[in-house]
Design a protein around this ligand. Structure first.
Ligand SMILES: [Zn+2]
Length: 218
């Protein structure tokens, strides 16, 4: 994904970025956890995009792909014809992070407003131009060379509304994974998440939990 971002997305944009911000470079790296993000260091003028290994693993499973913003973006904005597959999710993630880089360079990354209209204008553009499709083709080609199967089949995603219907205010739920598993009681049911008031060890804390990460505790 790093190589795809550097070759396919950064390659053609580099000159434009450097005209605005001389000497800036991009380095992509793999992180160990789920965290996937773009960062810019104004001193070294280095953009860094980190792709979390666990984020990649999660996108190989239908259930674990559910909660991600990239899944909602592909479906909601009709990227790759709205088809959610591992291959499309990973290609889209490259575009999403790179859109943050372009957003940052164009001065549209505002505090407290990260996924704003300017961001989606850039992301739409990456999908409408050949960029996103080229990233997808690159990922398929490279994984084939390395003997990794990158699934292109459409994932059977459970409708979020069906999932939400299983939860109600007052339910006791668990969320997160050991050793960070937490417990609480639902105090509000939102559109895709529940607001959970921590109980026991987590009393006093409040969480907004995606429905896919939540289960009833017994
Ligand atoms: Zn983002």
């Amino acid at each position: 994904m790093g190589a795809a971002t550097e070759a396919i997305l950064w390659g053609p944009a580099r000159e434009w970025v450097q005209n605005r911000n001389p000497g800036s470079e991009l380095k992509c790296r793999a992180g160990s956890g789920q965290a996937t993000y773009h960062k810019f260091d104004p001193h070294s003028r280095r953009h860094t995009i980190t792709y979390g290994r666990q984020m990649v693993m999660a996108k190989f499973g239908g259930a674990s792909s559910q909660g991600w913003l990239s899944t909602r973006e592909i479906q909601g904005r009709d990227y790759f014809d709205g088809e959610v597959s591992t291959c499309n999710l990973l290609a889209h993630t490259c575009c999403h992070e790179f859109a943050h880089l372009l957003q940052n360079v164009s001065g549209e990354r505002l505090h407290g407003s990260v996924h704003n209209a300017a961001f989606y204008r850039i992301l739409d553009e990456l999908h409408a131009s050949a960029g996103a499709a080229a990233v997808r083709a690159f990922l398929l080609e490279k994984s084939r060379q390395q003997g990794i199967e990158l699934p292109q089949s459409i994932m059977a995603l459970v409708d979020v509304r069906d999932q939400m219907a299983r939860f109600a205010v007052g339910d006791t739920v668990q969320f997160g994974h050991a050793p960070r598993q937490r417990e609480g009681r639902i105090i509000r049911v939102n559109r895709r998440t529940c607001t959970v008031q921590g109980t026991g060890r987590w009393r006093g804390a409040r969480y907004r939990v995606p429905v896919s990460m939540m289960r009833h505790s017994r």
